[in-house]
Ligand binder design. Structure first.
Ligand code: SF4
Length: 351
């Protein structure tokens, strides 16, 4: 069995290669080849002697992925990829070109077990967690595209398929690795992690002392609506969730973002906006309103634009900082998980 090197910190790479006779300083060189240059073969690590490159190739592996399918927005703002790993598992990764810079949205699990009603990612359940290296491979893949365009990465959102806090250790390692100078050298302040609301893990994350932005998928102004939409609410109801978010904000000094997907006939009525305003009053919070992307398989509909505007105005009039998320690449804005789901259905049909 070969050992996987992609996804290791340089001190871990050193611990793996020194017993094979390589010098300690080679670990930093390997780390730079893997993470800064994105090479996928040891043989391409040109500043390492050929004999050592051959030895590395015989003992170690580097995670690879290939594009199973891709969608590109006509306005060039958004590219969505379904990346397949060597075992055939596939996840979505999205590149978004904002005015302020390029952002990548990564997946952390193959599918999702959380069962949120509005989300296509959970339609097939969860197959497995992604490793640190598999999550990072998504970023390196996009990074190579940006390099070819003479552009670079500005920020990272951990908001794709999966509940990142259910894959806590790998996701934490991933963020720390992205921050390393020999990797992406990305500031924690340019990282956002989104959770459906795993309270113990939110507290654990607050204790890590990383100044990342925490984004809570709230999506409802009360427990009865939220439990209908998000089964996790039965385990960690809104009061517990908001208390954990408050503790996170107090410990990190970071404003928590509350994501609120607007679903017609479910959570987008004016009285629900008023209820939400009461819930968040006095909290260090931002509300991000997201008009729903229809999920035909789940009967999800989007409210009209005047209902969206009214919802926003009610929040703002009550002193809540709120915005409507800018729509990007609307021609490919199939909901999160749709590309993978459609691909899976296509494969099933052809089998
Ligand atoms: S919204 Fe997030 S947590 Fe909920 S099912 Fe989708 S991927 Fe999972």
């Amino acid at each position: 069995m070969k050992t996987e090197l992609f996804g290791l910190f340089t001190h871990e790479i050193a611990a793996a290669i020194i017993p094979c006779g390589l010098e300690q300083y080679r670990a930093k060189q390997i780390g730079e080849w893997l993470y800064r240059h994105g090479v996928e073969n040891f043989i391409d690590m040109k500043n390492i002697p050929l004999t050592q490159r051959i030895l590395l190739d015989s003992q170690f592996t580097i995670i690879k992925s290939k594009v199973r399918c891709a969608q590109h927005a006509a306005d060039k703002s958004t590219d969505k990829y379904l990346l397949e790993y060597q075992d055939g598992a596939a996840v979505e990764t999205v590149l978004m070109r904002h005015k302020y810079g390029n952002s990548i949205c990564v997946s952390t699990q193959v599918g999702c077990a959380m069962g949120c009603r509005f989300c296509a990612s959970s339609l097939l359940g969860k197959s497995r967690d992604l490793s640190t290296g598999e999550i990072l491979r998504q970023v390196l893949f996009i990074q190579q595209i940006l390099k070819q365009e003479g552009s670079k990465l500005h920020s990272l959102v951990i908001m794709g398929t999966g509940e990142p806090l259910e894959n806590y250790d790998n996701v934490l390692r991933f963020m720390r690795l992205c921050h390393e100078p020999y990797c992406l050298n990305l500031s924690y302040r340019h990282m956002t992690l989104s959770t459906s609301g795993l309270v113990p893990q939110i507290d654990a994350l607050a204790d890590e002392g990383l100044p990342i932005t925490l984004s809570i998928s709230l999506h409802a102004p009360n427990n009865s609506v939220r439990s209908e939409l998000m089964p996790i609410n039965k385990k960690y109801p809104i009061e517990l969730l908001l208390s954990a978010a408050d503790r996170y904000a107090a410990k990190t000094g970071r404003r928590v973002t509350y994501e609120y997907i607007l679903l017609q006939g479910i959570n987008s009525l004016p009285e629900q906006a008023r209820e939400l305003a009461v819930l968040l009053r006095g909290r260090l919070a931002n509300v991000n309103l997201i008009p729903a992307n229809p999920v035909p398989e789940r009967g999800i509909l989007r409210p009209n634009s005047s209902s969206v505007r009214e919802f926003l105005t009610i929040l703002q009039q009550r002193g809540i900082t709120a915005t409507v998320r800018k729509e990007m690449g609307s021609d490919i804005q199939a909901a999160c998980g749709q590309l993978r789901y459609q691909s899976f259905k296509g494969i099933s049909k052809s089998e």
